[in-house]
Write a protein that binds this ligand. Structure first.
Ligand code: SAM
Length: 470
């Protein structure tokens, strides 16, 4: 066992840089046959070695990439079906003691810093509820004095407590800086959904350049955050790489090693992986980042992740355009944000026509527009939060996913939460679109008992009941 807590974290060596570099070197000139071999192996769903993932990353011809896309789509469809989970970020504090070269919140950027007070949090949550959201990702900069763990815990309590006449927030994922086992225990007790933390880059030399003279600059402490979270009882963790800070091939292999480390030591790996790409922000210039990846490489990475970790959710934010999001939903993405503001108090300010943000977003459609688009493309928009509320987290979720059962829960819940959204927030067009779509989707449910549960659930929603789920 190699678990890293508050004291021994400096010993963490599971991101073996030499091994990754060696594998990347050995697979530099692989043949098309070798890539085909890995694709065939991946079809059996028995897991891939690090070398296999490195080989897939070398695919360049249109034919090979098409094969990767096709397999990624098949895997996604067979595990999750056609549902797509929706969420929104909520930025509560932009105080930050760090100076990350890429981030608009860096301490060298001089602007008025603030955190939301209780009334402001309630106001943001009410706006998000009116948009139909049920699942949030709570975001904050790192500042142990101005934004300590107690502020975050209070914020969670306020969010869960705030309910409009139609709805409430049912799950809050939390994206805050790496912290101690004791603080993670507090987060766990406060009922967080997934604890999300992006490694930004797994490449230690680049990490240290990107995070100069700061708390976040301690690579090993950041890297072992999920160890401490899991020791504190949090079993759903969401990883991510900020693509553009180092060689993307290195990052993908390192993600695999990190996931394996958690599986071996805690019995469960990442619940989700986010794939943010570097965007323009205040006080930085994209030209200073030589590892920025183009759209084609980005799409390939997402499809390869889908193949390499079939049971891990893949999250795509509004940093990406409508077009890329649409394409990537076919190649593996299972969760997207909608209607996002990336600034503190941003929802209220954008209602008043102001713009505030941590970085630039590209998909600016409202949730209703996104939902209409998803249905047109054959996806079921889902506001489901049931797994976490039914205790299907950590290895219990993974067992269901691996046995192929998760889709049987996801599809019905997706349909029922879509109906609930349409009844409460949809316009006449959406309601007509949803009714027709749902009646087609119900016909696809093979299990007669499940079908009847959904039919009854939809009728109960229409007659006024809410929050129905399996
Ligand atoms: N303070 C927390 C931490 O240290 O992890 C939360 C970070 S922040 C609110 C959320 C994420 O935004 C970061 O982890 C980073 O990956 C991303 N981010 C920062 N600057 C960005 C940029 N210019 N473009 C895209 N994503 C960015």
């Amino acid at each position: 066992m190699a678990q890293y807590g508050d004291l021994n974290y400096k010993e963490a060596s599971f991101i073996d840089h030499e091994r990754i570099e060696h594998i990347l070197e050995m697979t530099k000139n692989v043949s098309d046959e070798a890539i085909d071999g890995v694709i065939e192996k991946a079809k059996k769903r028995e897991g891939l070695e690090l070398e296999d993932v490195a080989i897939l990353l070398q695919a360049h011809s249109i034919e090979q990439i098409d094969k990767i896309y096709t397999l990624a789509s098949e895997i996604k469809q067979s595990i999750y079906g056609n549902r797509v989970v929706l969420f929104a970020p909520l930025y509560v504090s932009n105080y930050c003691v760090n100076n990350c070269l890429y981030c608009g919140y860096k301490r060298d950027n001089k602007f008025h810093r603030r955190k939301l007070n209780e009334a402001e949090i309630r106001e943001e949550v009410r706006i998000l509820e009116r948009m139909g959201h049920k699942r949030l990702a709570l975001e904050a900069g790192e500042d142990p004095v101005n934004c300590d763990i107690d502020y975050i815990i209070d914020t969670l309590r306020i969010i869960y407590d705030e309910a409009s006449e139609k709805s409430n927030i049912r799950r809050v994922n939390v994206n805050i800086a790496s912290t101690t086992v004791e603080n993670y225990k507090k987060l766990h007790a406060a009922n967080i959904g997934t604890y999300i933390l992006f490694q930004e880059t797994y490449h230690k030399p680049n990490y240290e350049i990107m995070h100069p003279k700061s708390l976040k600059g301690d690579y090993a402490y950041h890297l072992t955050a999920f160890d401490r979270a899991m020791q504190a009882g949090i079993d759903d963790v969401g990883a991510g790489v900020l693509f553009g800070l180092a060689d993307h091939r290195f990052e993908v292999l390192a993600l695999m090693l990190h996931n394996r480390h958690l599986e071996e030591n805690y019995g469960v790996g990442f619940h989700t992986i986010s794939v943010p790409r570097l965007k323009k922000a205040e006080g930085m210039d994209l030209e200073d980042f030589p590892h920025i990846i183009d759209d084609e490489t980005f799409k390939k990475i997402v499809a390869i992740l889908r193949i390499a970790v079939p049971f891990t959710g893949l999250i795509l934010s509004t940093r990406e355009t409508q077009e890329i999001r649409k394409e990537l939903l076919h190649h593996g993405v299972s969760q997207i944000s909608a209607g996002s503001c990336t600034g503190v108090g941003g929802y209220k300010e954008s209602e008043h026509g102001k713009e505030v943000s941590q970085f630039k977003v590209s998909d600016e459609r409202s949730p209703m527009e996104i939902i209409k688009g998803l249905i047109e493309d054959g996806f079921i928009p889902s506001y489901c939060t049931s797994c976490y509320r039914m205790g299907r987290t950590g290895d219990r979720f993974m067992q269901l996913a691996k046995s192929g059962q998760i889709g049987h829960v996801c599809q019905p819940n997706a349909l029922m939460t879509l109906k609930e959204y349409a009844l409460d927030y949809g316009d006449a067009d959406l309601n007509a679109q949803v009714d027709m779509f749902i009646s087609n989707e119900i016909e696809k449910i093979k299990n007669e008992d499940t079908k009847q549960v959904v039919v009854k659930g939809l009728a109960d929603l229409t007659s006024g009941q809410r929050d129905i789920f399996l």
